[in-house]
Design a binder for this molecule. Structure first.
Ligand SMILES: [Zn+2]
Length: 276
């Protein structure tokens, strides 16, 4: 198995040489053509065959859903967020946009153009990578406390200076708690660190904006659920007392609870719940 021996891609079966393939974490080979259907920032040496397949199956839909999220999000801010903003980081030009209502963002740069999908990243995953064993819960308390930490600036900039004290190299690191990605690093030889800090600030503050909205939303949903519980109990009691069907009242309460979770319910000024 030398440099010139060919190996079959585990997905498409094409026999490719060492320069046109990567080895997956699960030891199969993936050809460059198939790799371009995965996430540009995924490292194949971290990626299992199943994880690569999952990316191929889901990235395009996720990107389409992200695009559509700008249509469905309420308010003029959501519309303003749709367009990419551009940062010149030394020799690299980065385009970035986020939807702070759903808590996701996209990056784009010319190096990614050969990949089929511009992938979507999530603020609730933008925390330092931690190895997870089988059965470790994404919603574990430690994970939650990290992504709910409003004070944290997870995106960082590293600046390298030359002997004369002048900046010669900058790198922005976006941590990512995903088995295949772990972190997004963008670096460049440059004497200007300002745009790196500016982009890092922007991503950190967008994450905080999402967190503020998400907390508000969770609190609001909790209040509505408590009210629904009270309304349902009262309706069931009333039905039971008047000889009616209490199970119907309970069923309505459960439907309402599900609709609250899905954001289909609004609360009036007086606390009454209405389906949108
Ligand atoms: Zn292939």
């Amino acid at each position: 198995m030398g440099l010139f021996s060919k190996e079959a891609c585990t997905f498409c079966g094409t026999e490719v040489g060492a320069l046109k393939r990567s080895k997956l974490a699960t030891k199969e080979f993936i050809c460059n053509e198939c790799k371009r259907k995965t996430n540009y920032f995924a490292r194949m040496s971290y990626t299992s065959r199943d994880a690569a397949r999952h990316m191929m199956d889901t990235l395009a839909q996720e990107a389409a859903d992200f695009e559509a999220s700008f249509d469905t999000a309420e308010g003029r801010f959501a519309k303003a967020e749709r367009s990419f903003n551009t940062w010149d980081l030394g020799s690299k030009r980065i385009h970035y946009r986020s939807n702070t209502t759903i808590g996701a963002f996209q990056l784009n740069m010319s190096e990614m153009s050969r990949y089929e999908v511009n992938p979507v990243f999530w603020f609730d995953t933008m925390i330092p990578y931690e190895f997870k064993g089988e059965g470790d819960d994404f919603f574990s308390e430690t994970h939650r406390s990290k992504f709910m930490d409003a004070a944290a600036n997870h995106v960082e900039v590293d600046v390298t200076k030359g002997d004369d004290g002048k900046v010669i190299h900058c790198m922005i690191t976006i941590p990512y708690d995903d088995a295949c990605i772990r972190e997004i690093k963008i670096e460049s030889d440059t004497d200007d660190a300002a745009p790196f800090y500016d982009l890092a600030d922007r991503i950190n503050s967008d994450r905080r904006a999402w967190l503020g909205k998400a907390e508000f939303d969770a609190e609001r949903k909790n209040r509505m659920q408590v009210r629904n519980l009270g309304d349902t109990a009262a309706a069931a009691l009333k039905a039971a007392v008047s000889g009616g069907d209490a199970t119907e009242a309970v069923k309505k309460g459960i439907d309402m609870a599900n609709d609250i979770e899905e954001g289909k319910v609004k609360q009036s000024f007086w606390g009454k719940l209405f389906k949108k």
